[in-house]
Write a protein that binds this ligand. Structure first.
Ligand SMILES: *Cc1c(COP(=O)(O)O)cnc(C)c1O
Length: 417
């Protein structure tokens, strides 16, 4: 099949796509007189245009109301997080009472593991994806240590083939070793390879072997199709500064399946985990709210939550299914162009639609550093993992076919300069 490599064709694809880009709703970093080609939303999402006005309004409420803003602000601070649960639940595929915007990702993982990592002599191991993000490794290793187990309690599960982890390999592992596993903590999408895991199958296999299943959705929330509740995932956590566009260090979030919303579940308790209707009675008895909100510890950081309102509105404007469809088309176009420009390239990201999000991880070999420099000079923002991997994420909310074309046209690895 021949590929039309012209930029005009990229423009045609953009105007023909049934799902519009909401690029104009975002602030695109400038480059010279134009705009950067920003393909780094897997690391830090762009700022929704609406955020600055929302922030000014919140600052005015604080100035005008002081402490009364807790109940009298336009969006009262006391319940500021509550309205975020519905849109977050739509993205996570959960019930609104199963999710809450709170904390930060790694701290949330710790809080959830305090509840859900309850090792016994026979069943004490934690299974994590091979090549996991370092913070997740530190978190599980330190949780194991708190229960007296060394790093041998951590199992890094990857495919013996070196490629994608298949359903069969997952089943084999749990059939063989499931009895010793207390908990799984897997990424939804691996940050490095961009592989989207079969979370439905993983959850079934691990739970049938008697383990609890947690998922780190840092690279999956707002990027991959999720139905956490119907898969039966026990718990999950995510950050909001990647695909959820809520800004550096923004509020994170967590999910707990409703089957765990009892009073007796052990958890790190704090006053914001109690019923909001009786919280200010200041009783010394902790009565957890029957929701994921019970895992909130402190009162909610309004300014780090605020950008999520604008961003989640944009998700709702398009809907997760339509966004996913656009994302798959952009991703396919990216692969097709790159291969047409240079058929020696190797991709770390699995090819089939159901096994990737928008990110493509490219092994550019010896030329990688040169290519990365060339991209930077041209105002193309990507993420370079030395020695040879370049990660790019065409984000369907704000990236276009023309962004993809610009990137690919600068990418050629024939090393002429
Ligand atoms: C981005 C990311 C983190 C970052 O953790 P913070 O607590 O938000 O600093 C952790 N784990 C994974 C898998 C990530 O992709």
């Amino acid at each position: 099949m021949s590929v039309d490599l012209s930029i005009e064709y990229a423009r045609t694809l953009e105007s023909a796509d049934p799902v519009p880009s909401l690029r104009d709703e975002f602030l695109i970093p400038p480059h010279g007189g134009g705009e950067r080609v920003y393909l780094c939303g897997n690391s830090l999402g762009l700022q929704p245009r609406q955020v600055a006005a929302d922030m000014q309004a919140e600052l005015r409420d604080w100035a005008a109301l002081g402490v009364d803003g807790h109940f009298e602000a336009e969006r009262p601070w006391y319940s500021y997080h509550e309205a975020l649960s519905e849109p977050l639940a739509r993205i996570a595929g959960a019930h609104p009472h199963e999710v809450v915007a709170t904390g930060t990702l790694t701290a949330n993982l710790h809080a959830l593991m305090v509840s859900f990592y309850r090792p016994t002599k026979q069943r004490y191991r934690i299974v994590i994806e091979g090549g996991a993000f370092p913070s997740d490794i530190y978190a599980v290793t330190s949780q194991a240590a708190m229960h007296g187990y060394g790093p041998e309690a951590i199992v890094e599960l990857s495919s013996p083939s070196g490629g994608r982890l298949t359903a069969e390999e997952i089943s084999d592992f749990f059939a063989r070793e499931g009895e010793s596993v207390a908990m799984v903590l897997f990424g939804g999408v691996n940050y490095y390879s961009g592989e989207l895991f079969d979370l439905a199958h993983l959850t079934r296999a691990a739970q049938s072997a008697g383990a609890l299943v947690g998922v780190d959705l840092a690279h999956a929330m707002g990027n991959a199709p999720l139905t956490l509740h119907s898969w039966g995932v026990d718990f999950a956590a995510w950050c909001s500064y990647k695909y959820l566009n809520a800004g550096p260090g923004a509020i994170a979030g967590l999910y707990v399946h409703e089957r765990h919303h009892h009073r007796d579940t052990l958890r790190m308790a704090g006053w914001w985990g109690t019923d909001p209707a009786t919280r200010f009675k200041m009783s010394h008895e902790f009565v957890p709210h029957a929701s994921a909100g019970a895992w909130q510890v402190s009162n909610a950081p309004v300014f780090s939550m605020l950008p999520l309102y604008a961003s989640l509105d944009l998700f709702d404007r398009i809907g997760t299914a339509a966004l996913r469809a656009r994302s798959l088309r952009l991703h396919r176009y990216l692969r097709t162009l790159l291969m047409a420009f240079d058929d020696r390239l190797r991709f770390l990201t699995p090819d089939a639609d159901e096994y990737h999000g928008c990110q493509l991880s490219i092994d550019a070999g010896d030329a990688a550093a040169t290519v990365q420099r060339r991209l930077q000079t041209a105002g193309v923002v990507t993420d370079f993992r030395p020695p040879s991997v370049i990660r790019v994420a065409p984000v369907p909310l704000y990236n276009t076919y023309v962004d993809v074309w610009r990137f690919a046209s600068h990418f050629s690895t024939d090393d002429t300069q």
